[in-house]
Design a protein around this ligand. Structure first.
Ligand SMILES: Cc1cc2nc3c(=O)[nH]c(=O)nc-3n(C[C@H](O)[C@H](O)[C@H](O)COP(=O)(O)O)c2cc1C
Length: 375
């Protein structure tokens, strides 16, 4: 295990694999099982101060794809492969008072493993900013090793919460600064992927003092309409609301977000999330510059806390390090970060025929048009 150990935002992890804030981390029992299974860290299900009531019926379902066809559906059928998760679950419906003794007990049982408390409050008033501070103090006083600020939940109606504030770089900065005022532990900001250039929001987080950025949360999305019934595959009384897509389908999308982040801030700390089920997936995030990665969907489908997933991640990392002669993560973190370049910098088959810019690219000359050939 020793050589998989990493240091991230000043904390030591046995390995860089964390369970992200989600159902696998919503109870004391799950978190203890996760540490026993070998996860290097756990981010709790997001804790807030406002009352939380989830929708009636299922909160998460899984899209599956049928091989040799273009069908994806949430319907269970044999031979189908996982495509993604879709959820409209809110943050923890347990109170801060419920969480506080549990954080203390988990840390006593596993003092050397990293427990990150995910927290969320509003941002529309000083009172709401004080809620962030109340949450931060309560969690760190019980031994939480770091705080992750949920600025990214995609299904919140309140305009001053979740991804609604994760789109506003000034509010992000204000919230991060408010938490940093009271934090004695590292503060990670979990940003929403649903903006144009996530580096803009990251700048706000770093200006506010954030020690790291976590990305991605789930992507805004809808379930599909069943052509047999004309109902959404997931609905309550026929109605649906925008929810979040996670799992394998978002891996390339999350990587694009992470590349924007690590290229804009090559010296900062990043925790990569989105679509990880195997070490080959996690490797992408490390090669782009992440110091840790987090997993949700794959763990949900593996005995609720992912014992087999973490075993595969650990063995995959060990084998890959042996193969390339890498001694620690430091030997390969960020190795491919600079390989993402402007489109015009990608070599053309024939340099002479490339016009070198958008002015000429793709247009044929009038003369060539009249001859009916490409210019
Ligand atoms: C059912 C469900 C509940 C989630 N709840 C939270 C949450 O409370 N706080 C949070 O920051 N992210 C939450 N997430 C997002 C995950 O932590 C993670 O960012 C996302 O699922 C992408 O990772 P994945 O592709 O491994 O699933 C949730 C995801 C799912 C599927």
């Amino acid at each position: 295990m020793g050589r998989l150990a990493v240091s991230f935002t000043g904390l030591r992890f046995d390995n860089p694999f964390l369970l992200s804030s989600a159902p696998p981390t919503e109870s004391e029992q799950n978190i203890l099982r996760a540490f026993d299974a070998g996860w290097g860290g756990v981010v709790t299900k997001t804790i807030g101060l406002h009352p939380v009531v989830n929708v009636a019926g299922p909160k998460t379902k899984f899209f599956r794809a049928t091989p040799d066809s273009t069908q994806i559906s949430m319907k269970k059928r044999s031979g189908a492969a996982l495509h993604s998760s879709w959820n409209w679950e809110l943050i923890s419906d347990k109170t801060l008072d419920w969480w506080v003794p549990r954080i203390g007990r988990i840390k006593k049982a596993h003092p050397a493993q990293v427990l990150v408390a995910s927290i969320m409050a509003g941002s529309g008033s000083d009172a709401e900013l004080r809620h962030w501070q109340t949450l931060a103090r309560a969690c760190q006083d019980e031994g939480a090793d770091a705080l992750e600020l949920n600025l990214s939940c995609p299904h919140m109606d309140r305009p001053d919460m979740g991804s609604n504030i994760g789109k506003d770089t000034e509010v992000i900065e204000i919230v991060c600064r408010a938490v940093k005022e009271v934090a004695r532990v590292p503060v990670w900001a979990k940003l929403t992927p649903s903006t144009t250039d996530i580096a803009v929001e990251a700048r706000g987080a770093f200006l506010g003092g954030a020690d790291a950025i976590s990305s991605s949360n789930t992507f805004p999305s809808l379930p599909l309409i069943d052509p047999e019934t004309l109902e959404f595959e997931m609905n309550v009384d026929g109605f649906v609301s925008s929810g979040g897509l996670g799992g394998l389908a978002i891996l390339p999308l999350s990587l694009a977000k992470m590349a924007q982040l690590t290229q804009a801030f090559p010296d900062k700390a990043f925790s990569g999330i989105g679509g990880i089920a195997e070490f080959s997936h996690a490797l992408n995030y490390f090669l782009l510059g992440c110091g840790t990665v987090q997993v949700c969907t794959a763990a949900m489908l593996d005995h609720a806390v992912g014992p087999n997933v973490v075993r595969r991640l650990v063995s995959g990392m060990t084998e890959t390090m042996d193969r390339y002669g890498w001694k620690t993560l430091d030997d390969f973190i960020g190795l491919r970060r600079t390989r993402i370049v402007a489109h015009s910098q990608i070599r053309r088959p024939d340099g002479e025929s490339y016009h070198g810019g958008y002015e000429a690219e793709g247009y044929s000359t009038a003369e060539a048009h009249s001859r009916g050939v490409e210019g």
